[in-house]
Design a protein around this ligand. Structure first.
Ligand code: ADP
Ligand code: MG
Length: 443
């Protein structure tokens, strides 16, 4: 039994069998080198899902078993990884030219849970839902491009998968490309470096459906934007369907070229906002049903009231409640929900600096300690100042008290941070909206 097997075994005792089978049954350890364990997952989105929802469980198991190693999830097999290395070191064959026919269109595989029928529709997402559906009925013609935008965890990726899924079944002859903008960028960089632009273009310009997730990550990437622009034009001219997702409107993506901004707005822009209470309850019921769990309305209401701005978190809260109940062999009761979801703040609870620090560091993908350390890297200073500002506005604490909550910072540091953020809010409407959204989420 290798290390991952050991962790897996522990996991299987701690999480619902359905979840284990779905996410972990087909994973296996590929290598264990230099303090890093590589684990194979069947599809790229598994890594994302596992790190998002099961990281805490895995970390806890690692701590308990004293396994002090980093885990890396990858959908490449050992063989593929090896081949890749070989390919990149390959010496060109002289003499008889070998033409290697590569099929770029291996059918994409979509998350089986991210379908239209699993998507709960309400007033805040119905436009995005309806336009996505319309795209599958008449790809390339009705709305092109379709630009879906909204905050994180509100179902953008889900809808892209749903489109792909439906088309794959109903029109299997279509060549569908589904990727993140980041992957596009990485592929582009590799193609430039290895002088394989022809191959790159062949791959990206010969599809019928082009689904690109998280397009905002192209912000500031001039070279990639140029290539994306050309890809877009070529596909668009041939009436190929383009669907893009983003966390903000084209005009709000910083350092996005004007001409791309214009192109993105050619078709239809559909936004997704956080769902209302009733929809949140319906989402919880649907997710529980998937796991064959009976969720009383009273319980769904409690969870839905706790988590309001992010469906991913809502789902996380539900999974946490289910896991805690299973772990302790208990029924899901209101008391258990309240206890399990203590970290989620709501209106009745007093907000503490710890909660704020946790929220802001999560948002910026930092650890709470980073905000408390003596580290003045730009990537940390702004989140720290924001967190200090939020402490001042959302708690009754004094400057020195806030300073102490941030690893004994001097009260003048807090004062300076609060003033700085106040000014930025005044000068920058986008930033002001961001801070408002933090306030709403934390409250
Ligand atoms: P985004 O890409 O916008 O950050 P995702 O598409 O990854 O968000 O969604 C996060 C999670 O929330 C996924 O598990 C998704 O299935 C779920 N989700 C979001 N919106 C809905 C909805 N309306 N109905 C059902 N599940 C949803
Ligand atoms: Mg997404």
């Amino acid at each position: 039994m290798d290390i991952w097997d050991t962790i897996k075994q522990e996991l299987s005792n701690r999480i619902p069998a359905e979840s284990f089978n779905e996410w972990f049954a087909d994973t296996y350890q590929i290598s264990n080198e230099n303090g890093k364990i590589s684990v194979h997952v069947p599809e790229p989105y598994f890594s994302d899902f596992i790190t998002r929802y099961y990281n805490d469980f895995i970390k806890q198991i690692q701590d308990e078993l004293k396994i002090d190693m980093d885990l890396e999830f990858t959908s490449e097999t050992e063989q593929q990884a090896e081949n890749k290395v070989k390919e990149s070191n390959a010496v060109p064959v002289t003499g008889k030219t070998q033409i290697k026919k590569k099929s770029f269109f291996q059918k994409p595989r979509f998350n089986p849970n991210y379908t239209f029928s699993n998507f709960v529709v309400g007033p805040t997402n119905e436009l995005a839902y309806a336009t996505s559906m319309a795209v599958t009925e008449n790809p390339g013609y009705t709305y092109n491009p379709l630009f879906i935008y909204g905050g994180t965890g509100l179902g953008k990726t889900h809808l892209l998968h749903a489109i792909g899924h439906k088309l794959l079944i109903e029109q299997p002859e279509l060549k569908i490309l589904f990727l993140s903008a980041e992957k596009f960028m990485n592929d582009y960089i590799v193609a430039v470096r290895t002088k394989k632009m022809d191959e790159f273009r062949m791959k990206y310009r010969n599809c019928d459906i082009f689904l690109v997730d998280d397009i905002h990550t192209l912000a500031g990437k001039t070279g990639t934007q140029e290539e994306f622009f050309n890809t877009f034009n070529e596909l668009f001219d041939r009436q190929k369907q383009i669907v893009l997702s983003s966390d903000s409107l084209p005009k709000d993506i910083s350092r996005l070229e004007e001409r791309l901004m214009t192109r993105f707005s050619w078709g239809i822009i559909a936004d997704i906002q956080p769902p209302e209470l009733e929809v949140r309850i319906a989402i919880l019921q649907k997710k529980a049903e998937k796991q064959h769990i009976q969720l009383p309305n009273e319980i769904a209401l409690l969870i839905a009231k706790k988590v309001r701005k992010n469906v991913r978190e809502l789902e996380g809260a539900l999974n946490k409640v289910i896991a805690v109940a299973k772990l302790n062999d208990k029924k899901i009761t209101p008391a258990l929900v309240k206890k399990s979801l203590q970290v989620y703040s709501n209106d009745n609870e007093t907000i503490t600096p710890e909660m704020i620090i946790q929220y802001v560091s999560d948002f910026y993908k930092l650890t709470p300690n980073k905000l408390k350390e003596k580290n003045n890297a730009a990537s940390i200073v702004l989140p720290r100042q924001i967190a200090m500002f939020l402490c001042k506005t959302l708690t009754p604490l004094s400057y020195p008290q806030i300073g102490r909550a941030f690893g004994k910072k001097h009260h003048t540091t807090v004062l300076y941070a609060v003033e700085k953020i106040r000014k930025k809010i005044k000068d920058d409407p986008k930033f002001s909206r961001l801070i408002d959204s933090f306030k709403i989420s934390i409250k």
